[in-house]
Design a protein around this ligand. Structure first.
Ligand SMILES: Cc1cc2nc3c(=O)[nH]c(=O)nc-3n(C[C@H](O)[C@H](O)[C@H](O)COP(=O)(O)OP(=O)(O)OC[C@H]3O[C@@H](n4cnc5c(N)ncnc54)[C@H](O)[C@@H]3O)c2cc1C
Length: 446
């Protein structure tokens, strides 16, 4: 007998997001994490606008906004001179359809802590210090063995176990692609004496290559990035030589090799890959964590439905929808890395990525609304906001007196435009909202 649970392997941002989504849907799961304690580094610090919308839906937008800040301006140093100019992206005010238009910065460890707190509030926990060592699967289920010696029998398994994924290896899949930088890079969180915390400091002419120090909001730390060879005599030495400032403490450090790689399958039988286990990005463009969170958000409601007896074919749409997205985002990350561009435009905010080619998208376009697109926020007839009404695990049907309606999936993408009338969508109850066609199509969406 197999237990009717999903086993999530890895409690990074991807595994945590999936666990929160399953917990709020009442789907039984276990979330195991090899590390004995939570990850402590700042690593993926840029949260993109679309991910902020997902965090809003998952009920954590307030702590995410409270813990973070907008990206600071760049200050470029050359000898005794420095110039304060430019930023990652120009500040944008919220609009009716995009409530979170700016990329938001907070250390990855903080994002993970907020997801864990939400998970705890939903009555679930991360099982730290338990690594998946091996698993087999057949038509009845998955048999997994943990480092503790425990055998876990589950219905479905999700490998959210990062770039060195053992789940991927066991499935016989490979990350195909290329290393986009021959040199190993170093990233660290540092306390630096007397360095202005208003700016993201760049020393482009430092010996051995650029040194960057970005202040991490609501901490006393800066995120340091450089080529590893720049710091071969130690991070303290590299920082002092390039900047004249003393490192008071190294809170965390790691190395990485920027690469663009992905698998060609996201599913093998009852096992799935998500996040870095399925695609590796160079940090340029800040897409890795964001793409992982969005994989999890796409998979969560589908797993929940199938675990309640829905058709297994729904799970095939996970790969059909997310694999092409990973390819597009990887192409973008590679271009940004190769052009050394530090400025970001609309392409990186992930709002325009869509599932138009998905078998789950049907109907005809209405104004600028298109089946498969992210449903934009809008003001309702009663003055409320659509996103407030989408929040939660349900699907939503927008009904107009003029006829056309819109069915919005539980993950906020448009499933269908046209005549709709349903009480549930993929097992999720459908909330019905009435509004005028004029409001639905909207001024700025015509
Ligand atoms: C310098 C740098 C800057 C970055 N900046 C950004 C950015 O601004 N924005 C962005 O979106 N991304 C950024 N990234 C990328 C981002 O950090 C990753 O994409 C993100 O961590 C991926 O999340 P994940 O949950 O898929 O994998 P991970 O964070 O790697 O988590 C995987 C987890 O699985 C656990 N695990 C592994 N094996 C097992 C096992 N056998 N059993 C149980 N558990 C296991 C690991 O211990 C780990 O906790 C950056 C990366 C770097 C290096």
């Amino acid at each position: 007998m197999h237990d009717n649970i999903v086993l999530i392997v890895g409690a990074g941002p991807t595994g945590l997001t999936l666990a929160v989504d399953l917990a709020r849907r009442g789907t039984p799961f276990r979330l195991i994490e090899a590390a004995p304690t939570p990850f402590e580094g700042s690593r993926g610090k840029g949260i993109q606008p679309r991910t902020l919308e997902i965090f809003d839906d998952l009920g954590i937008i307030e702590p995410i906004l409270a813990a973070g800040a907008l990206y600071p301006k760049f200050r470029t140093h050359a000898g005794p001179f420095s110039l304060r100019a430019g930023s990652l992206a120009p500040f944008r005010p919220p609009t009716e359809s995009v409530p979170y238009p700016n990329v938001w910065m907070l250390p990855q460890s903080r994002t993970e802590a907020i997801l864990r707190e939400r998970l705890c509030a939903l009555g679930a926990v991360v099982e730290f210090g338990k690594a998946l060592t091996t698993f087999t699967q057949n038509e009845r289920g998955v048999d997994a063995t943990l480092s503790t010696g425990e055998n876990v029998r589950c219905d479905l398994l999700v490998g959210a176990d990062g770039g060195r994924s053992g789940v991927r290896r066991t499935l016989g899949l490979r990350l195909e692609g290329e290393t986009v930088e021959e040199k190993t890079m170093i990233v660290a969180d540092l306390e630096i004496e007397d360095l202005d915390r208003r700016d993201w400091h760049l020393w482009p002419f430092a010996k051995g290559g650029m040194i960057a120090l970005c202040p991490l909001p609501n901490t006393s730390l800066f995120q340091f990035t450089a080529k590893a060879e720049t710091a071969k005599a130690g991070i303290e030495d590299a920082v002092r030589r390039a900047t004249g400032h003393r490192v008071a403490r190294i809170a965390w450090s790691s190395t990485y090799q920027p690469a663009v790689r992905m698998v060609d399958r996201y599913r093998v039988g009852r096992a799935f890959l998500a996040g870095d286990a399925a695609h590796m990005h160079p940090p340029a463009g800040g897409q890795g964590l964001n793409t992982g969170v969005q994989d999890a958000y796409n998979l969560g409601w589908k797993l929940a439905h199938v675990m309640r007896g829905g058709p297994d074919s729904l799970l095939d749409t996970y790969e059909a929808e997310r694999l092409p997205v990973a390819a597009v985002v990887l192409g973008l990350s590679k271009r940004l890395h190769q052009t050394r561009s530090i400025k970001r435009g609309d392409a990186t905010n992930l709002l325009a990525l869509n599932y138009r080619a998905s078998p789950l998208s049907s109907g005809a376009a209405l104004g600028t609304l298109h089946p498969g697109d992210r449903m934009p926020d809008l003001q309702l007839d009663d003055g409320g906001r659509l996103f407030d009404r989408l929040r939660g695990p349900h699907a939503t049907e927008l009904v107009t007196p003029e006829g056309p309606g819109i069915l919005i999936r539980p993950d906020g993408y448009i499933a269908h435009i046209g005549a709709t009338r349903c009480d549930e969508y993929a097992g999720a109850p459908t909330h019905r909202l009435h509004l005028s066609l004029e409001r639905l199509i909207g001024e700025d969406r015509r």
